[in-house]
Design a protein around this ligand. Structure first.
Ligand SMILES: NC(=O)c1ccc[n+]([C@@H]2O[C@H](COP(=O)([O-])OP(=O)(O)OC[C@H]3O[C@@H](n4cnc5c(N)ncnc54)[C@H](O)[C@@H]3O)[C@@H](O)[C@H]2O)c1
Length: 264
């Protein structure tokens, strides 16, 4: 370590140069940020999402900043589509880092939730991660000690929250799935962790975040504000880098201004 210049030490700790990543839901607000952060740390990043227009725009943003990225269309509710995306990544050399960041929300009250909507919430928010890890695991298993899966959970996965019934149940499943996958894949050198974000303005929660709702959330957040996407950068990079978090698996990392550490 050099006492005068921390840059070489920090670069060695967090650099993802030579790594390949895929961000499922990389077309969204938080996923888009994850794409930019992984690329800025040196990784080549696959942007996987439903919207070609948004995906290609994300790729251009990375390329304009001097990084490397590619787009592949995927519908995470469809196993065949996920398997096609995994095959695309494989044809580019395979990935070391998989970020599962697709999600849909719903404020439909418990009594009105239909079987179809319930199933959709479970499919997109939870089963998608099981299917994606299965589809990408041959690539990840070929990189023992380097491979990292990062699932994006939610503060709604903890003690129940109003107005997100099915979404919260699915995200509770994400926490449990993360720990089961960590157990399953640890012997093969693949780490599996989750980031548990609090509240960050995005597309999927735009309709839910009324002024009144924001006031309720902020009242329950010790730091008294919503989060900004950039405040997830550190947790993401830490979990992605084997040098920084090589002994961390099955962890649920809360980034929520203290929301889940508080009762009343
Ligand atoms: N924003 C927050 O406050 C917050 C809090 C906790 C957790 N999260 C989670 O973070 C992740 C990113 O969400 P966001 O807040 O950036 O929202 P967002 O709506 O901006 O992004 C979600 C992305 O998921 C994609 N998606 C939805 N259904 C899909 C499908 N069937 N196939 C492929 N892609 C699909 C959307 O197209 C979009 O790109 C989600 O898992 C969300 O649940 C967000």
């Amino acid at each position: 370590m050099n006492d005068n210049d921390p840059a070489p030490f920090l670069t060695e700790l967090f650099s993802l140069k030579g790594f390949r990543a895929a961000v499922i839901g990389g077309t969204g607000v938080l996923g888009g940020r994850f794409v930019e952060v992984l690329a800025a740390a040196g990784a080549e990043v696959g942007v996987l999402g439903r919207s070609r227009e948004r995906g290609e725009a994300a790729v251009r943003r990375v390329q304009d900043a001097g990084g490397a990225a590619w787009f592949c269309a995927v519908d995470v509710a469809d196993r065949t589509s996920i398997e096609r995306a995994a095959a695309d990544a494989e044809s580019r050399g395979g990935i070391d880092i998989l970020v599962n960041a697709a999600g849909v929300n719903s404020s439909t009250p418990f009594d009105e939730l239909t079987d179809d909507e319930w199933q959709r919430l479970l499919d997109v928010n939870l089963s998608s991660m099981f299917k994606a890890v299965q589809a990408f695991s041959p690539q990840l298993r070929r990189r023992p000690g380097r491979a990292s899966v990062i699932n994006i959970s939610s503060a709604s996965s903890g003690p129940p929250l109003s107005r997100v019934f099915g979404y919260g149940v699915a995200k509770a499943g994400v926490n449990n799935l993360t720990q089961y996958l960590a157990r399953e894949l640890a012997p093969e050198g693949v780490r599996v962790n989750a980031i548990v974000p609090g509240f960050f303005p995005a597309e999927q929660n735009r309709a839910l975040l009324s002024e009144e709702r924001i006031a309720d959330i902020v009242r329950h957040t010790p730091m008294r504000r919503l989060g900004e996407a950039s405040e997830l950068d550190g947790a993401l990079l830490w979990l992605a880098s084997p040098r920084a978090s090589g002994f961390v698996t099955g962890a649920l990392i809360h980034v929520d201004g203290g929301f889940s550490a508080m009762t009343i």
